[in-house]
Design a protein around this ligand. Structure first.
Ligand SMILES: *Cc1c(COP(=O)(O)O)cnc(C)c1O
Length: 496
């Protein structure tokens, strides 16, 4: 399986192995790596998954995209990454909420958000790729985070040999708990820096550093090369495909549907990575009917799916689902590529860079609408959903998951054909990671403070605080720097 850039319009495209795609993170033309074709899963293969555990299912899916690695090697990586130690509540359990809706809980890992599903396995894929490509330099992983990626990348890459990692986060754009998780990060190869800006500023800053030839040369002189752990890296995306395939098989083995019946999937979306993985699972042959893209008040994707115009020139809102406070959804570029090819994709990305907006061709929009529906849930709607779902079904959702549930509700209300199918809502974070907002939504009262909120939420609901979060609260602060966005290029050389 070879990989090409979403922006490569040349006749003889540059094709690279999965190992090179993972080491580089982003293509030299600033496009994103995509597989040359999407492999398919036969009904028999899906059936054979029914009796497999999660690591075996994940290793099989990964083997289709990383065909330079042996299945046994991938299986051993998956057994380590998704062990009961790291995911004490299971890697991707499916929990019934009510009616046709169930929750795919992806937050039982070490940082209590779904990013762990990719970032626990990605360092294994990455170091194997470094070995395969004969890379001698140290990988310098740069991450821009809206909160959850940073911590998950730091946990995944801490003390991994041959790797150094630096994380930038918006100083006022993450929750108190997320901030503490990053400020207390352990490990000798890690560094964390807050910026005075929002997530898009952080992400654009990182992208500019990647594209800066001078910086890359200086790093090379020092024996480093840049790489990413953001969901622009294919090594982040591929592992996410596995849990959609797995969830479908779990619906079948639970007897909710028969093999071949359709299910809908709703994903609370920010950078479009998680839902893109669901799209790929659909294209691989998993009987997924609709992909419901749920956004918060930053509803640029809802408008895009409705009108075909992507326009980032709009008010940016800081919400209680900060990991979705994004106006440039990078992975949408991969969808555009799959739907419309590299020429259209390059033109749209050029227009986005120059004007902040683009409008896709009518045929492209029609294809997108065939697979996707888009809804958004504002702040009062998110709070009301948290409260209603808890009171009617006992299910405690974090604000991101609540956006997903609210979006799925809206989708179900708008279904005209009345043909019912189960709907899987991705649950992307533990409610305790956003305890203050969850507590406020449930009670209408403020908790004593953001940190005591964890205990207060636990008392109110009788649910236990996940161990990694209670531990974070006791660790010393190690990373406290805050810098202006424009200083990011200098910051990456600190300590080299
Ligand atoms: C990252 C994140 C999202 C958004 O996922 P994308 O892949 O960026 O669309 C949603 N919820 C939580 C909790 C997250 O950490």
């Amino acid at each position: 399986m070879l990989y090409i850039s979403t922006r490569d319009t040349s006749e003889r495209k540059e094709k690279v192995t999965s190992e090179v795609a993972v080491c580089r993170g982003i293509a030299p033309d600033s496009g994103l790596y995509v597989p040359e074709y999407i492999p398919t899963l036969s009904a028999d293969t899906l059936r054979s998954f029914i009796n497999m555990d999660y690591p075996s299912r994940a290793a099989y899916i990964l083997s289709l995209f990383f065909d330079g690695m042996a299945y046994e090697e991938l299986l051993s990586m998956c057994r380590t990454a998704y062990s009961d130690d790291r995911f004490p509540g299971g890697a991707a359990p499916l929990v019934h909420i009510s009616g046709p809706m169930c929750s795919l809980e992806l937050w039982h890992g070490p940082t209590c958000a779904f990013k762990d599903m990719a970032l626990q396995i990605m360092p294994h894929l990455f170091t194997a790729s470094l070995r395969a490509t004969g890379e001698k330099r140290t990988a310098y992983i740069l991450v821009a985070t809206s909160g959850d990626t940073g911590k998950a990348a730091l946990e995944g890459y801490r003390d991994v040999p041959g790797v150094r990692i630096k994380v930038f986060y918006p100083t006022n754009g993450v929750s108190r708990v997320q901030k503490l998780q990053m400020m207390t990060q352990e490990g000798d190869n890690v560094s964390v820096c807050a910026i005075e800006g929002n997530f898009d500023d952080a992400q654009s800053g990182v992208k500019r550093i990647f594209a800066d030839a001078g910086i890359n040369r200086r790093l090379d002189d020092k024996g480093y090369f840049l790489s990413s752990a953001n969901s622009i890296n294919w090594g982040r995306l591929a592992p996410q495909i596995a849990y959609y395939v797995s969830a479908y098989c779990d619906l079948v083995s639970a007897g909710v549907i028969s093999m071949g019946d359709v299910a809908d999937i709703c994903v609370p979306t920010g950078n479009f990575g998680n839902i893109l993985a669901a799209y790929i699972a659909k294209r691989m042959g998993v009987p997924i009917r609709r992909l419901v893209c749920a956004s918060n008040a930053n509803n640029v994707l809802t408008d895009f799916i409705a009108t075909g115009t992507y326009d980032r020139n709009r008010t940016f809102y800081t919400t209680m689902s900060p990991s979705m406070d994004i106006l440039i959804s990078s992975n949408l570029e991969r969808l555009l590529y799959f739907v419309a090819g590299p020429a259209e994709t390059s033109a749209y990305m050029k227009s986005l860079a120059e004007t902040g907006r683009y409008t896709v061709a009518p045929e492209t929009l029609a294809k997108i609408k065939g697979d996707f529906a888009g809804y958004y849930v504002d702040e009062p709607g998110t709070a009301a959903t948290i409260k209603r779902v808890y009171e009617t079904s006992g299910y405690l959702a974090d604000p991101h998951t609540a956006v997903g549930i609210g979006g799925a509700d809206e989708y179900l209300r708008c279904q005209k054909d009345g043909c019912s199918a189960p709907i899987i809502v991705c649950s992307t974070a533990s409610p305790f990671k956003f305890a203050a907002d969850v507590y406020r939504s449930l009670t209408g009262r403020d908790p004593s403070d953001e940190v005591s909120a964890l205990g207060e939420l636990s008392e109110l609901t009788g649910k236990e605080i996940p161990q990694p979060l209670s531990r974070t609260l006791k660790l010393p602060l190690r990373h406290t720097r805050v810098i202006p966005t424009k200083d990011m290029p200098d910051e990456i050389f600190v300590g080299l």
